[in-house]
Design a binder for this molecule. Sequence first.
Ligand code: XMP
Length: 513
Amino acid sequence: MSHQTVIVLDFGGQYNQLIARRVRECGVYCEVKPYTTPLDTLRAMDPIGIIFTGGPNSVYDPASPQVDPAIFTWGVPVLGICYGCQLIAHHLGGKVIAATGDSAREYGKTETYFDTSCRLFKGLPAQGITWMSHGDYMEKVPEGFSLVAHSDACPNVAICDEARGFYGVQYHPEVNHTQHGTDMIRNFLYEVCGAAGDWTMGDYKATAIRQIREKVGDGKVLLALSGGVDSSVAAALLAEAVGSQLTCVFVDHGLMRLNEGDEVEAAFQKWDIHFVRANAEERFLAKLAGVSEPERKRKIIGEEFIRVFEEEAKKIGRVDYLVQGTIYPDVIESGTGDAAVIKSHHNVGGLPDYVDFKEIIEPLRMLFKDEVRQLGRELGLPEYLVMRQPFPGPGLAIRVIGDITRDKLDTLRLADFIFRDEIAKAHLEGTMNQYFAVLTNMRSVGVQGDGRTYDYTLALRSVTTTDFMTADWTRIPYDVLDRVSVRIVNEVPHINRIVYDITSKPPATIEWE
Ligand code: XMP
């Protein structure tokens, strides 16, 4: 794909993905590479600029991550952020030391003053808030560099050597707390690196379609459609590219939300593809009958899913390519170690071991989630699919606590629908990242009409999170919770009590099972 590239060189900072997203938001393609990537590999990418990220280390520590010094004679502009800035100073003859006292160590929002004759700050206000998070301090600025920003406590907030194209900022321009931070990144890209802004979703779509056609030729393509955003967008892209050569297998395990299966099917009507909806509800419910242990549920569903998919794939016969909806965060986060297994996540879509095929196609490998959504829109997928919140592979099976029956699933489906409906009516979707109902296995006494009831308690759950590894419970306004509660107890049989889950993760997890 011919577009300009910026490299984000990763030194272990917590905002590295955010930097990459900001660059792409500015219309420039970028990739995150570990700091250990050999210089030759970086050179082969022919970047127009490099951004050094922040990181938790101190540059003067001999064990800290370093760069090949030849990077500074290569002639490619560099922007260093926080640790990255200190790295530039350290390598080019400046001096970085541990900050002592309040004079130079800064955390949080800091009033900052800029020299707007520097290209990084061109056209921006001369004063504004920046987000600081550094414990080290540039005591001596390298030769050839000018100081181009300061705060009340620190004289060296930003440095630059315009002639060589080196820029360093102590603060984090990529986070929202920094005013005009994205504009500073844009200035680096356009004013310093000479970016052309050739990364647009329309271009990406056209190029991806062309490349898929070239690769697939007249081959046959198979895709496991889960109804989630990634597999749906991948399916739409393939449908647009190779239409009738594509088979999408959508395993309907009967554990979806209200109308979900029909919505997914409807969204793909407009393409001339082979759409297989395997109605496997009976099979799944039979296997799950009497099972209440969460990990067992996951295992049964995972195994049964593969079996159904395999059977459908066999009916199609020879397949050349299998499509997977892997996205960029999966690529950069993959292989991160030894964290304890809390839940065995079964992700629908990764099935290379069970079906015979020549090659895997991962058409979304380069895209962030928001870019995937944008591509979905470009392809004409409906908003309800493009904006769909994450939904676990095992579906409602892990939201019916204890054993699963169709009646319980129907009860949960209706209650969950009402919750989502009221959130939509209150225009609150943007304030939460995942929200759903859980049918607890607990019953309690209530009174409805003139009679005693002994019915289920339903729990509402909503979280706000960026990475789903940690999450905060959402402060939903009481009047919205009240409307949800009143509607559910009136409209859904067998529920007489509603509770709202106010635990964050950790110590709880997002799902109840
Ligand atoms: P937890 O409950 O572990 O959830 O805090 C974190 C995120 O993962 C989703 N999740 C799953 N996704 N298969 C999936 O594909 C699973 O078995 C599974 N369990 C949890 C959950 O919905 C949340 O977004």
